[in-house]
Design a protein around this ligand. Sequence first.
Ligand SMILES: NC(=O)c1ccc[n+]([C@@H]2O[C@H](COP(=O)([O-])OP(=O)(O)OC[C@H]3O[C@@H](n4cnc5c(N)ncnc54)[C@H](OP(=O)(O)O)[C@@H]3O)[C@@H](O)[C@H]2O)c1
Length: 361
Amino acid sequence: MDYEKYMKICIQLAKQGEGKVSPNPLVGCVVLDKDGNKISEGFHAKYGENHAERDALLKLKNGEEKDGTLIVNLEPCSHFGKTPPCTDLIIERGIKKVVIGMRDVNPIVSGIQKLKNSGIEVIEGVLEDECRELNEIFIKNITQNKPFIAIKTATTLDGKIATSTGSSKWITSDEARNKVKNIRNRYDAIMTTSSTILADNPSMIHKKKIILDRCLKTDLESKIYQQGEVYVFCDEITSPHPSPKLGEGAVVSDSRTNAGEVIFIKTPSKENKLDLNFVLKKMYELGIKSILVESGGRLNGEMLKYADKIYHFIAPKITGDNSSLSCFDFRKITDINECENFKIKSVEQFGKDILLIYLRA
Ligand SMILES: NC(=O)c1ccc[n+]([C@@H]2O[C@H](COP(=O)([O-])OP(=O)(O)OC[C@H]3O[C@@H](n4cnc5c(N)ncnc54)[C@H](OP(=O)(O)O)[C@@H]3O)[C@@H](O)[C@H]2O)c1
């Protein structure tokens, strides 16, 4: 039986939940009847709604799944959460074989054992690497209790993101910029800075946005504040009212903007820079499990040590001007062996541009 073929379908189904299931994992499921014919499929569409296995099995009304096979990219759950255990339904419906992409990293899940105890054959590790990649955010959250961090940058061939005067629109093509919208959808929040807002006044449409603005230099009339929920990390909370006595971590909401709420968070600084450990910890506590950084070279550089993944769009252009701004700009080195090292994961073309995805080596 070509389980890999069906696991690929599970991964594609699971991706339909991107941006909607956090903090849950992305899961897709296929059910075959006893003769190996595909009879149902399902996926986890939204946090709090049915898991993929339940979604697929509940579509079957006439018992045609009896003695069949269920294929799923993640070990089925065996505990009561927002929904009852999927293992119970699998057992109840008389499934004979369960094919799994990866074990759940959540220690409270022991679905495989429960299935085996009920006499179900379990095959594990089908397209495991692809399944782990699909759920890289969930895996980091559960195993490290930290948000998954990605950086997106768009540069010329000589690694520049803007000229020295701040001119940056547009480096990449429409096709590349459309792809960015699709990447954003995978993350709980986007992070940017006062400098980027002052230079570009971007809208950055997204449900949640994080702005690092130590001295509250940005104007609440800027486009970024006109949509979504916005978290502003700053030294002192002076908006909506000066609140100098508030302690670190204090959260003050302001709903003056038309669209969303603005939440100010008082943040410690070191050498005139906001403490990024504090920012990331606070966001995680507030339920933000993954962040896409979309800033200039200074924050990109400082975030490198936290980054799990980098999306680097490159346009076939050269500024030839060393005073233009670089995509990672956070230190001086003299020895080339001090470079930060990465490994290329993929290269894709969008219009005239390429997208390099790289990870820490
Ligand atoms: N091509 C692209 O992909 C792209 C994307 C975004 C921006 N840009 C361009 O990038 C340029 C701005 O780049 P930039 O390097 O000057 O600025 P940046 O990296 O966007 O922002 C730096 C600012 O972030 C704030 N910040 C707070 N805490 C920080 C920390 N721990 N580490 C670093 N920064 C911290 C500081 O301002 P406060 O003191 O006010 O907090 C700092 O001045 C703009 O011209 C924009 O057009 C290009």
